[in-house]
Every structure is written in structure tokens, then in C-alpha cells.
Write a protein that binds this ligand. Structure first.
Ligand code: DGL
Length: 282
């Protein structure tokens, strides 16, 4: 059987979108805006979030388990809408696991689309990265940015308190004021040349207004949702075999590894509209 007819014979399935918790919803929101015709299946591993402080091995094992779950649901394409999982698990999954699981299946992350473009935002050639401790320690951003923009300087700051503040609904509190100012100052103290800051964690758009409040004038703040959505659109345009495998009825299904009620109560803040989820066991 030729590949073309093999793909035609296969059942169509939604695009899987994954995050450790709610953050990936900020990416899914932009993807749905730009690509409304596709079906989507979202999974938040809320029972084991946050991933940020966990070891490489743990994030890899958790992420792989979730990716396998998507494949069991029939998904052929999975987006890791989580920087921590993209930094710590994606390469292993792409290189070690996919060839064993089924080589036509694809798993994509959020770091590559962001690093391909972020250098274009900076006039001074100095880029700041705000992310989880895991993302920062992985050095994925400096390594990838230097591939696309060799001359740029990259400065990183881990913001370990931001995800817990956001996940606990404290992103408008006094505590959030303190920790937003603190991590911004710590980043900007690394170089007066920084003129572009990337929010390299899919949770951080919820702190956007607060970050802007404390950001000195002249610094461009970039979040990933739109960038990732545009990159997915372009990727699908050049991968027709995969595009043909995606079902298109504009549906959304949400799953969580923790309480569905909690998920529904929090998720709309990230997704911008009401969400009805289903609990799953991995
Ligand atoms: N949303 C995840 C990211 O983009 C981080 C959340 C977590 O620490 O689990 O890195």
C-alpha cells in the first residue's frame, strides 16, 4: 500500500494539546482562533502539576505517559503546549519513543516556533527569557535562539513562584505584585541592553497586565500563543499527509487528570470561555 492511500484509509482524529495543567489553554485559545475548523482534544495533567520544579526524568516520564494517552485516543498529532515538557521531554520522545510507537505520529513543542522568531523583535540583540526553573535550567532557549540568531545575547530568569500563584488564583494579589517585580528586576539586572522579553511559560499570559505594569518603557513583551498558532498553521500547510488525518468539525474536548469540577472553575480564565471537562486516569 502506498503512503498516500494508507493515510486516506486511516480514521481522522483531533489534534492533541497537552500541558501540565491550565497553561496550555492560553495556547489552545490562539490555535482555535487561527485554526477553528479542526477538532481538538486537550489534556491537563493537573494531578501532577506543576512540572517546573521536577527532574528531567520525571517530566519525561509524565509527558510520555500523556502522549501515549493521546495516541490511545487516536490522535496522530500532539502539541506539547508546555515549555517545561518541551524542554525536558520532547527530544527524547521524538528521537527514542516515536520510532517505536509509530513513526508517522508527530509530537511538536512550543520552543522551536518561539525561538525561530524571537530574535526579530530585538533591536539591541539582547533577549530576556522568563520561564520555570526546569525550562531555564535546560538551557533550551539560549541553545535554540543561537541556532537561528547567532549574534543575539540571551538572559534567563526562573520565576518559580509564578505558576503556583496563577494555579491558586492569586495572580492579582499583593503577593503577585511582589514576585512580578522581583523576577523582572532580577532579569533586567543581568543586562541594561534587554529590549525584548519572552514569556516562556504558557501560564504567564495571566500575569500579562501585572508584568506590563512593572515593565520599564521601551521593552517589548512577547507571549507565545499567537506565535505557536501561526507556526502550526504553516506546519500543517506543508504537511498534507498529517493535515489529511485531522478531523474537522470544530469540536473541543477537555480532559484533566484531577478534579473536573476544579478544572472547569479555573479553565475559563485561561481559555477565555466556559469549559466542560472530563476526568481521566492515566
Ligand atoms: N505551563 C508550563 C510551561 O509552559 C509550566 C507549568 C508547570 O510548572 O507545570 O512551562
Amino acid at each position: 500500500m502506498r503512503w498516500g492511500s494508507y493515510f486516506c484509509a486511516m480514521k481522522k482524529s483531533p489534534i492533541g494539546v497537552f500541558d501540565s495543567g491550565y497553561g496550555g489553554l492560553t495556547v489552545l485559545k490562539e490555535i482555535v482562533k487561527q485554526l477553528p475548523e479542526y477538532d481538538y482534544l486537550y489534556l491537563g495533567d493537573n494531578a501532577r502539576a506543576p512540572y517546573g520544579p521536577r527532574s528531567f526524568e520525571t517530566v519525561y516520564q509524565y509527558t510520555l505517559q500523556c502522549v501515549v494517552w493521546f495516541f490511545e485516543q487516536g490522535c496522530e498529532l500532539v502539541i506539547l503546549a508546555c515549555n517545561t515538557a518541551s524542554a525536558k521531554a520532547l527530544r527524547n520522545i521524538q528521537q527514542k519513543d516515536l520510532p517505536k510507537i509509530g513513526s508517522h505520529k508527530r509530537v511538536l513543542g512550543v520552543i522551536r516556533p518561539s525561538t525561530e522568531i524571537i530574535g526579530n523583535y530585538s533591536t539591541n540583540g539582547a533577549i530576556g527569557i522568563l520561564g520555570t526553573a526546569g525550562t531555564v535550567l535546560s538551557e533550551s532557549y539560549p541553545i535554540e535562539i543561537h541556532k537561528f540568531f547567532p549574534g543575539r545575547e540571551v538572559f534567563q530568569q526562573a520565576c518559580p513562584m509564578w505558576v503556583p500563584l496563577i494555579e491558586n488564583g492569586e495572580f492579582e494579589s499583593e503577593g503577585a505584585n511582589y514576585f512580578v517585580q522581583k523576577y523582572l528586576q532580577d532579569l533586567l539586572a543581568q543586562s541594561p541592553k534587554i529590549d525584548t522579553i519572552l514569556l516562556a511559560c504558557t501560564h504567564y499570559p495571566l500575569l500579562m497586565d501585572k508584568i506590563k505594569q512593572y515593565l520599564p518603557a521601551g521593552i517589548t513583551l512577547v507571549s507565545q500563543g499567537e506565535i505557536v498558532a501561526k507556526s502550526l498553521l504553516q506546519w500543517l500547510e506543508s504537511h498534507h499527509d498529517m493535515e489529511n488525518l485531522i478531523s474537522k468539525s470544530g469540536s473541543l474536548r477537555f480532559c484533566t487528570t484531577d478534579s473536573a469540577l476544579d478544572f472547569d472553575n479555573h479553565a475559563s480564565l485561561f481559555f477565555g470561555r466556559e469549559v466542560k471537562s472530563q476526568h481521566i486516569f492515566l
